[in-house]
Design a protein around this ligand. Structure first.
Ligand SMILES: Nc1ncnc2c1ncn2[C@@H]1O[C@H](COP(=O)(O)OP(=O)(O)OP(=O)(O)O)[C@@H](O)[C@H]1O
Ligand SMILES: [Mg+2]
Length: 351
């Protein structure tokens, strides 16, 4: 596979029935390219994979990517959300059942492993799986076969397992909530998905990808992002990661008017410089230190236009914090509204 354009295109299996449309996967930041190269290296093997990542970091997409880059690409890919089943339902779904095996079993049904046979089974939110179900899953993995409920004969299954979690499974193991033997069986290879904030060079390519996707879907001409909107996207911390970025651009395409998407169309939530230090008031002194360190770094780098950079960043952050309200932003910064407006115009945040 050729990755040089940093954009891979493959048919999205979910949309093939609707239209033969290509869906692109964006990997532009060096961290993402590293991940992609790891995916390419591990995909062809049959090794089980554990994908670890916070909400919205692309766990399911990466699982599909592994499947599509594997030798099983032409075989089924089955995605299951482990948090969605009661214990009895889990068992009948996992193993399948024969007709008449229990009340309500009107027809026989293949379980997940049989349905995914030859292909890949994606178990999402594996950390939500209660212990008794972990035991059952482990048994299938150990034996490589399943017996449908109500059947006598086992069926051999050949399934590549990819599990995903957004919780710290190692901690769950230490606390006795997750079986260690199952953990090691799942985690033959671990794929750690970085949060979006840690792969900033993905932000704009992803943004453009989503603009393209939703413009097509809404059947409108693809708008561009204003420079200020691009800067706002780059400055935002993205607690909801790629999923949040996607939602922000989807909404922006519904509300923008004119030729460009502006900062105001993004409706980014106000954020703090240090969201972690929220209730921590000695933060004042720390912030001073932090600013000084940051400035010294800029001096050292010999960065140009430092004064403007700091002013712009301050105004921009305050303006977002106040939901683009000029009166409150001016009050927050202790400047007149006229002074604020002059800066906002210069920064092209208002006309
Ligand atoms: N590298 C990428 N390129 C393009 N789109 C992506 C990429 N990564 C994720 N997405 C898109 O972002 C959205 C969220 O991704 P996905 O559902 O895979 O994340 P997740 O980690 O499973 O999220 P959750 O924890 O909410 O289940 C999806 O619409 C997906 O298509
Ligand atoms: Mg998911």
């Amino acid at each position: 596979m050729n990755h040089s354009p940093h954009l891979i295109t493959f048919p999205d299996p979910r949309s093939v029935s609707l239209s033969i449309r290509a869906s692109a996967v964006v990997f532009a930041d060096p961290k993402s390219l590293q991940l992609l190269s790891l995916i390419d290296r591990v995909a062809p093997s049959n090794a089980n994979i554990l994908i670890i990542g916070e909400t919205g970091t692309g766990k399911e997409l990466v699982a599909r990517q592994v499947h599509l880059s594997s030798l099983r690409a032409a075989q089924p890919f089955l995605a299951i959300n482990c948090g969605a089943f009661s214990e009895t339902l889990f068992e009948s779904e996992l193993f399948g059942f024969e007709k008449g095996a229990f009340t309500g079993a009107l027809n026989s049904k293949a379980g997940w492993f049989e349905a995914a046979n030859g292909g890949t089974l994606f178990l999402d939110e594996i950390g939500d799986l209660p212990l008794p179900m972990q035991v059952k899953l482990l048994r299938v993995l150990q034996e490589g076969e399943v017996v449908r409920i109500g059947a006598r004969r086992p069926v051999k299954v050949d399934v590549r397992l990819i599990a995903a979690t957004n919780v710290d499974l190692e901690k769950a193991v230490a606390e006795g909530r997750f079986r260690e033997d199952l953990y090691y069986r799942l985690k033959v290879v671990a794929l750690d998905l970085p949060i979006l904030r840690d792969r900033p060079r993905d932000i704009l390519p992803l943004a453009r990808h989503f603009i393209n996707k939703y413009a097509q879907r809404l059947d409108i001409i693809e708008p561009s992002l204003s420079t200020a909107a691009e800067r706002a996207l780059l400055d935002y911390p993205w607690p909801g990661n790629i999923r949040e970025l996607e939602n922000v651009l989807h909404r922006a395409l519904l509300v923008y008017h004119g030729r460009q998407i502006e900062v105001g169309d993004l409706h980014l939530l106000p954020t703090r410089i240090h969201p972690e230090a929220k209730d921590d008031e000695p933060a004042q002194a720390e912030l001073g230190d932090c600013l000084t360190r940051y400035l010294k770094q800029l001096f050292e780098e010999g960065k140009e236009g430092i004064f403007d950079h700091i002013v712009d960043h301050t105004i921009h952050t305050a303006y977002q914090w106040e939901h683009l309200n000029q009166v409150r932003t001016a009050r927050l910064l202790g400047v007149s509204r006229n002074v604020l407006r002059t800066h906002l115009k210069r920064m092209q945040l208002i006309d």
